[in-house]
Design a protein around this ligand. Structure first.
Ligand code: PGA
Ligand code: ZN
Length: 435
């Protein structure tokens, strides 16, 4: 069985020009795999620690050279000679090096760079596509399907131009549209939305995560412009396509209330819950990510009870891809879906355990990119391999995001070819054979 012969990590830049980690593992067969880590914009208090150098003379303190050094000098030598198929035991070794609950010693980014590279090396050692290797090895889903894509069209809040409060306005395709049809719709609507914004003199630029960051008066305008765009397109609003929001509500929270430009007075939690009911009725929104502050648990529970099975109440900053938070959230009914950001956790094995627990609770899993991305499409394979119901990779715009959609498209064509040719021979250990 192939074993790891070397690991080399280096500092690279993410899509925002901030340092992040790239890591290569060589197998003794001569095969090499490379992976890189995204970085987040928001930093919730429940997130694991991301190791940054803090040296203000270099990259404004955001360098990751300590992480790179740990990978090259400590983690790499420890992995040499090991079988990359032993993901669980290698992840345990990595966790033992840290030993803290929030990865405070060596950083979740350091650990995940190695863990993710091990996963890719495992797939490469069997000559299997990554998504297929994940599905076969960890058995979190019986079938290979492309998740429903949640397309971010407009960036507001901390990702926008400072005039919209809602961090992300999402378009969600109806479930009867397959991936290819949904991507075509998203691309069509994204381009048309840009044209509508230009016509209205509202175009600004793209935001931090590639969606439009327009000059609009308030959040309602953003919904109305999207409805107008869809109505003038070949698609039918509330039939082919629905709305969702990432409120990132912790960033709207001041003195126990929520500040949104739609009203001159701040919203109480009860006002905000009413606002979501209106959004659901008027705009057919059924996806509400971080609708309340991460400690306003009573409001989360009320909204989840109110919407029951008719909307997705999604914990992002609330849960921070953290097992302990998820366990409590499931037991107490805080929400009914989890946004999974693997780089928040520290190892692949812990991420898989979180996904398993969410699935067993009947929750939906949304696999997410981060605000700072790289050209690695790892997350696309991971989403398919674990059977995530949804993914959120931003708009179909800018290379680092389009890369994820193009990878999904590749996987889509491979899976479609397999399904169309059920008699095709699949050699042991070699994954799907595409005719
Ligand atoms: P992030 O933001 O960059 O902090 O991951 C994206 C989100 O809030 O979903
Ligand atoms: Zn979010």
């Amino acid at each position: 069985m192939p074993s790891i012969s070397a690991l080399q990590a280096r500092q690279i830049l993410d899509s925002r020009g901030l340092p992040t980690i790239e890591c290569t593992i060589w197998l003794d067969t001569g095969v090499a795999v490379t992976t890189s880590l995204p970085t987040g914009t928001s930093k919730g208090k429940y997130e694991a620690v991301e190791l940054r150098d803090g040296d203000a003379t270099k990259f404004n303190g955001k360098g990751v050279l300590q992480a790179v050094e740990l990978l090259n000098s400590t983690i790499g030598p420890q992995l040499v000679g090991k079988d990359p198929l032993n993901q669980a035991s290698l992840d345990q070794e990595l966790l033992a090096l840290d030993g803290t609950p929030n990865k405070a010693k060596i950083g979740a980014n350091t650990l995940m760079a190695a863990s993710q590279a091990i996963l890719k090396a495992g797939a490469a050692s069997l000559n299997q596509p990554l998504y297929y290797y994940i599905q076969q090895s960890f058995q979190l889903t019986p079938s290979l399907d492309i998740p429903t894509c949640i397309y971010t069209m407009i960036n507001g809040g901390q990702h926008g131009a400072d005039n919209l409060d809602i961090q992300e306005f999402e378009l969600i395709p109806a479930s009867y549209l397959d991936f290819q049809a949904s991507l075509e719709m998203a691309v069509t609507l994204f381009e048309r939305l840009g044209q509508v914004l230009v016509t209205k003199g509202a175009i600004h630029s793209v935001g931090l995560v590639g969606g439009y960051a327009p000059h609009l008066f308030n959040n309602t305008d953003a919904f109305e412009i999207q409805v107008e765009t869809i109505k003038a397109s070949p698609y039918t609003f509330a039939q082919d396509v629905f709305f969702g929001v990432d409120m990132a509500a912790s960033s709207l929270y001041q003195g126990g209330k929520y500040r949104l430009k739609d009203k001159s007075q701040p919203f109480s939690s009860t006002d905000l819950l009413e606002y979501y009911k209106t959004m659901k009725t008027l705009y057919h929104a059924f996806y509400f990510e971080d609708p309340f502050h991460e400690d306003d648990i009573a409001s989360w529970k009320s909204l989840t009870a109110e919407f029951k099975d008719t909307a997705m109440i999604v914990g992002d900053g609330l849960l921070a891809t953290n097992q302990a938070r998820l366990t409590q959230a499931i037991a107490e009914g805080w929400c009914n879906a989890i946004l999974v950001k693997p780089n928040e956790v520290g190892t692949v094995s812990e991420t898989l355990a979180i996904i398993k627990a969410a699935k067993e609770a009947g929750w939906q899993v949304v696999m997410s990119h981060r605000g700072g991305e790289t050209n690695d499409s790892f997350i696309a394979d991971f989403a398919v391999g674990v059977g995530a119901e949804y993914d959120k990779f931003g708009p179909p715009n800018r290379c680092e995001l389009v890369e994820k959609y193009n990878r999904l498209w590749q996987i889509y064509t491979e899976i479609s070819a397999l399904q169309a040719a059920p008699t095709v021979q699949t050699a042991d250990n070699e994954g799907p054979q595409i005719p």
